[in-house]
Design a protein around this ligand. Structure first.
Ligand SMILES: Nc1ncnc2c1ncn2[C@@H]1O[C@H](COP(=O)(O)OP(=O)(O)OP(=O)(O)O)[C@@H](O)[C@H]1O
Ligand SMILES: C[C@@](O)(CCO)CC(=O)[O-]
Ligand SMILES: [Mg+2]
Length: 387
């Protein structure tokens, strides 16, 4: 039996970074997914292995189950129904198992995702031999929540194979978890995100788990429903960055200038709340949609200014802002910044010709543009008889 899981990426419309410090943020899932396929192997005592294939980066890891047991069986796993944090001692044991696999120098940033995998796997499924394959539509490390989608998809596939979650394996097509399973899945994914991000707020794994659009503050989500069409151009600057380092940078700035930064975080909190209200307020006609779009643009512009203030913008992001402004379009970074992706609001009445022109100009700078559906499904799983 093979179980497949998929989990979406996300955009943050307002509030990234400040949300780590207790402010409100607003995020939506996008129609780009990370897929995990999990096939538990029949036991063959002499050669039981756990194999992880990361297709997007052409990497394969393979550990004898005995090696994993030597390192981690004293923890007493599996404990699928009680999400737990990976201690620093356990993290070091996991890192040693990854280092033995000789990741090429250029790909060492992937070790954090592999560590999250080993923690989630052994905690949820224990020491069963299996093959796990990962593929993704998302650019990695570009602000669209690839780390969260990875952790959510791992957790979904693992929980679906565990004894804790009862799913009807005969059902066909993509299946959605029940509310309590979603909560469990989200908690496990958060533990994975902690290994990758250091100090995540939990917004990325939460929106990837539940899908649609959410308002998020201090670990609590409120589902929100947009009353207007929302179309965003996503521009990937292709400048690599690392969320963990950017989040740590904002925390350091906060330690140096705590009073000033607390005003910045308060301002972001107000912006996110107002943005959520604008999105949800009914818009009975074209005129009111235009008025709402103008408000959103102003709020995005204000949020971008405050992100600059936090030190997470980048020359490539500023180039996107300047380029889109030539067409009277407003943009802000999304996710952790420092490069990565930028959102541009595409008003409903904007002509296709202008969209084509702005995309052509952005792409001539070496950036990559995409338009993704906003607010689709969250985590889903699918069972299939293995070939
Ligand atoms: N499909 C994948 N295959 C392998 N590793 C992945 C995959 N997706 C995510 N990762 C892991 O997540 C890391 C990127 O996470 P990071 O948090 O820095 O960026 P992001 O999640 O894409 O952006 P943001 O956190 O700003 O939304 C990669 O370095 C890798 O360890
Ligand atoms: C930068 C950040 O706010 C969002 C990353 O998508 C980090 C987090 O909330 O965990
Ligand atoms: Mg991330």
């Amino acid at each position: 039996m093979e179980v497949k899981a998929r989990a979406p990426g996300k955009i943050i419309l307002a509030g990234e970074h400040a949300v780590v410090h207790g402010s409100t943020a607003v995020a939506a899932s996008i129609g780009l997914y990370t897929y995990v396929s999990l096939q538990v192997s029949p036991s063959n005592e002499n050669d039981d292995r756990l194999i992880l294939q990361l297709k997007d980066t052409s990497l394969e890891f393979s550990w004898p189950i005995g090696r994993i047991k030597d390192a981690l069986s004293s923890l007493g796993g599996p404990f699928p129904s009680t999400p737990m944090s990976c201690s620093s001692e356990t993290f070091n044991l996991i890192l040693a198992m990854i280092e033995e696999q000789n990741i090429p120098e250029a790909k060492t940033s992937l070790a954090s995702g592999v560590s999250a995998f080993l923690w989630l796997y052994t905690s949820i499924l224990g020491f069963k031999p299996a093959t796990v394959v990962v593929t993704s539509d998302l650019p990695l490390g570009a602000g669209l929540g690839s780390s969260a989608a990875l952790c959510v998809a791992f957790s979904a596939a693992l929980l679906a194979c565990s004894d804790t979650v009862n799913m009807d394996m005969k059902q066909e097509g993509w299946l959605v978890f029940g509310e309590s399973e979603l909560e469990l899945l989200n908690k496990w994914a958060f533990e994975g995100e902690k290994i990758i991000h250091g100090k995540p707020s939990g917004i990325d794994n939460t929106v990837s788990t539940y899908g649609n659009m959410i308002k998020f503050r201090s670990g609590n989500l409120t589902r929100i429903k947009s009353s207007m069409p929302l179309k965003m151009l996503i521009t990937n600057t292709k400048v690599g960055r690392n969320t963990k380092a950017l989040v740590a940078g904002v925390s350091e700035r906060t330690l140096r200038h705590s009073d000033a930064m607390s005003f910045v975080f308060d301002a972001v909190d107000s912006i996110s709340k107002e943005l959520a209200n604008v999105i949800q307020t009914p818009a009975p006609d074209d005129q009111s949609i235009i008025a709402k779009e103008e408000k959103l643009e102003e709020l995005m512009e204000m949020n971008q200014g405050l992100l600059q203030c936090m030190g997470v913008s980048h020359a490539s992001i500023e180039t996107v802002l300047r380029t889109t402004l030539k067409y009277k379009l407003v943009s802000k970074l999304t996710g952790a910044g420092g490069g990565g992706c930028v959102l541009t609001l595409l008003p409903t009445l904007l002509s296709g010709t202008i969209v084509d022109k702005v995309i052509a100009e952005l792409e001539s700078c070496g950036f990559q543009c995409l338009i993704a559906g906003i607010g689709g499904n969250g985590a889903e799983i699918c069972f299939s008889a293995s070939s």
